[in-house]
Ligand binder design. Sequence first.
Ligand code: APR
Length: 228
Amino acid sequence: MENGKTKNIVFLTGAGISAESGLSTFRDSDGLWNNHRVEDVATAEAFVRQPETVRSFYNELKKDVLSARPNPAHLAIAKLQESPLYHVTVITQNVDTLHEQAGSENVLHIHGRIDQVVCLNCGKVSQALGSVTGKTPCPFCRKEGFLKPNIVFFGENLLFLDEAQNALENCDIFVSVGTSGTVYPAAGFVREALLRGAETVEINKEESAYSFLFQKRFYGPAGKIVPA
Ligand code: APR
């Protein structure tokens, strides 16, 4: 307790925290971007050019994601959120919902969620646990052919950026878990925490692109290191 007030902890999590739940990362040797071209499935231009290819990529990915279960790293963060000593915000780049399944609240999905779609006709977001095609009608406006995975494609604006910036401005401890620190603006969050005078901690399987920015670094599997 700093003069009676709780400490604010901000986590930034990436694909590495979900690896031990059996989900592929993006840039490891068996990563998603080694088997698919980002330009074909993760850009707004790709969705305009070949919407069904993009939809089926996320339909397949969704099957794996929805069958995964939280691992001890997710559970440890959820447990920390129960402590009265800390106010914990989880900013996640992941589109899985393993933080929520572990019991976490206050999770900011800045790159979207794979269990949701957004309608390009009425703008509303709805849950979509099954496969979505060009024939799936929007549950709100009933139009077909307008549903897009609620995933932030490269070049699109992040979601919940205001809430994330607000958490960073009040951050005492910034903890990066399982991210390569290569994709902006998320990879720039640690700099904002540093400017604010926060303590910076990196937990990752190995050195990342931005390890040099962290005062404390713990390398190893997130499922072991985060609980510790
Ligand atoms: N425990 C801890 N760290 C791990 C583990 C593990 N079990 N397995 C892998 N890692 C680390 C890798 O060493 C790597 O540094 O997790 C990181 C995963 O990096 P990426 O695959 O680049 O994933 P991420 O950083 O989340 O990617 C950021 O890029 O493609 C976009 O939108 C996508 O959100 C994603 C963003």
